[in-house]
Design a protein around this ligand. Sequence first.
Ligand SMILES: [Zn+2]
Length: 290
Amino acid sequence: MATTDRQATTLALAHALSAAERGLAVIPLSRTKLPALRSPHRDAPEPVGPPCHGECGRFGHGVYDASTDPLRIRELFAAAPWATGYGIACGLPPHHLIGVDLDTKSGTDSSAALRELALRHLFTIPETVVVLTPSGGRHLWLTGPPDVVVPNSAGRLAPGIDIRGAGGYLVGPGSRTAHGAYAAAPGTAHLAPAVCPPALLRLLLPPPRATHPAATTTTDHGRGLVQFVLTAHAGQRNTRLFWAACRAYENGLGPALLDPLVEAAVHTGLSEREARATIASAARMTGRRA
Ligand SMILES: [Zn+2]
């Protein structure tokens, strides 16, 4: 058993180093999938001021220990010889990794839920790195823009879909845990993580704050949606109108934007009847009445 563990550690380190070579910052994980190194501050009283994220110079700050420097990674693993896996920090440059964690535990088909979201919000899941989890789940690796902070969330998008963003980490392929091994899906290991489709990215960001949004924000947002429809080319008029109407209804702007959206769509060449039908189906899709 000890030998097996040592082999698992060596293997995890090798995989961690090759992930780091691809620009992914890593930390050692224990068999429980938690950071292998415990906090050096765990016995200290609650600090006054912001918590230490490694400023003390010691290891044990979870994802804040993550590094792409092979020397530091070897030091981290040397300090945690019981590690059998590694975590990949999300949200860090250069990739700004976003993990879409499709679970199987909840008893729901999270892959189907994602396909449904893609249909409803008009994006396609790009070909990208997929990691198979021991429980039959899948992690999709995507990259985000540098200026956007994607928060972690669990089940917010749909049941069984968790998002690993800033401050989160993904169990790396080649890791061993108490439940089994994580491995790249055949044919995806060599891929670079694909860019997160903008429509999906919008769903990952926190909903615009405020139950009573400032009038200017609402107007700006609404104007943006109308503008989006106005600038549609012939082949995308209906798609754009549908998308904008979905966003409008999701944000409680549907009734207010009904006429401006119809007007914009007519301006691009759709008939008023077509435009109203598209908006009505967007309202149905988002569960609101037109
Ligand atoms: Zn510290």
